[in-house]
Design a protein around this ligand. Structure first.
Ligand SMILES: [Fe+2]
Ligand SMILES: [Fe+2]
Length: 346
């Protein structure tokens, strides 16, 4: 749709997908009876308490969490690539410093999440192998290329914006270490989203060429960011179980709608069109057109524009880092041997 509104006044309160403390009073789905689940686990879920690493938990719950947290961690790490691509070409020292900080944050997010997966007995090396051998997925959004500088803005505004909508409810998920990692991650994503918006606002108020560059980036990133919420609810078979376990709080379609409602007014402030002729306000929500799910599944299967490039790059980085891992292990062994020797002597 064409949105011609350009607000010249304050954009305060419009552009931030702020992190808010999760609403403690929000109702949780009532746990359903499930065969073979430890009573203590059922009691924790029923009492809206966190499941901690020491607690008994069903194997399927543990496996689901390891898979989800690992995929989330992989996404943070692979997600450094499309933007890392622009660090050396940022148009000013200030922009370079902001982008460097943002990409470093994503590395940190990956590391918190791998640590959270380790509390469930997962091995970080094994998770990395699964990623680089293509046996575990990461978010498909990072298989799209960053063709211009405006893409850095569009990723912050749309991709980090969608990540916030997805992740804020996880701050209240049933598994303690995952929920706690997400609190800091969401605060940092808030900064990422704002920097992307501010970058695009600068471009869209700049020369006609800069404005066109911002528009082109919005055109290319809009639909893929709607796909970030996953398949529609009727094609999302594992969601019900994740909801019963308190891992998932809202359905894919519900979160997608929340994102669209939040983002359309921001596009108006930016003076950018969103590439959807069916987008309209129905008095309550911004309703959007049909999503091309065939594109989503093609990218998921490995046929996106950059799947191969992203994995090759990750593999190369892993191989190049072998000496660091070897040196760290040798150092740890030496320290352990010295400590053992000291004990013998004492
Ligand atoms: Fe992140
Ligand atoms: Fe981010």
């Amino acid at each position: 749709m064409l949105i011609s509104v350009t607000t010249t006044g304050s954009v305060e309160g419009v552009y931030g997908n702020d992190f808010h403390a999760p609403d403690e009073a929000a109702p949780r789905p009532v746990p359903t009876e499930a065969d073979g689940e430890p009573a203590s686990f059922r009691a924790l879920l029923a009492g809206d308490e966190r499941v901690e690493p020491r607690d008994e938990m069903p194997e399927a719950y543990r496996k689901t969490l390891v898979r989800q947290i690992a995929q989330h961690a992989h996404s943070e790490i692979i997600g450094m690539q499309p933007e890392g691509n622009w660090i050396s070409r940022a148009p000013s020292l200030k922009r370079k410093a902001i982008l460097l900080a943002k990409v470093q944050d994503e590395a940190g997010h990956g590391l918190y999440l791998y640590s959270a997966a380790e509390t469930l007995g997962a091995d970080r090396g094994d998770l990395t192998r699964r990623l680089i051998e293509g046996r575990q997925k990461y978010s498909s959004i990072f298989n799209y290329p960053t063709l211009t500088w405006a893409d850095v803005g569009a990723i912050g505004w749309l991709v980090d914006g969608a990540a916030i909508v997805n992740q804020v409810p996880i701050c209240r998920c049933s598994y303690g270490p995952y929920a706690r990692a997400m609190v800091r991650i969401c605060k940092e994503e808030s900064f990422h989203q704002r920097q992307g918006f501010e970058l695009l606002l600068t471009l869209s108020r700049g020369t006609p060429e800069q404005k066109a560059m911002a528009q082109d980036a919005a055109d290319r990133w809009w639909w893929p960011s709607l796909m970030m919420f996953g398949p529609p609810d009727d094609a999302s078979p594992n969601s019900a179980q994740s909801m019963a376990w308190g891992i998932k709080k809202h359905s894919n379609d519900e979160l997608r709608q929340r994102f669209v409602d939040m983002t359309v007014p921001q596009a108006q402030v930016l003076g950018l069109e969103l590439p959807d002729p069916d987008l309209h306000w129905d008095g309550e929500h911004w309703l959007f057109g049909e999503i091309d799910w065939s594109e989503f599944y093609a990218v998921l299967k490995g046929n996106g524009p950059c799947n191969e490039q992203r994995l090759n790059h990750r593999r190369r980085a892993h191989d190049d880092g072998a000496w660091v891992r070897e040196a760290a292990s040798a150092y740890a062994e030496k320290q352990a041997a010295r400590a053992a020797h000291r004990e013998e002597v004492a």
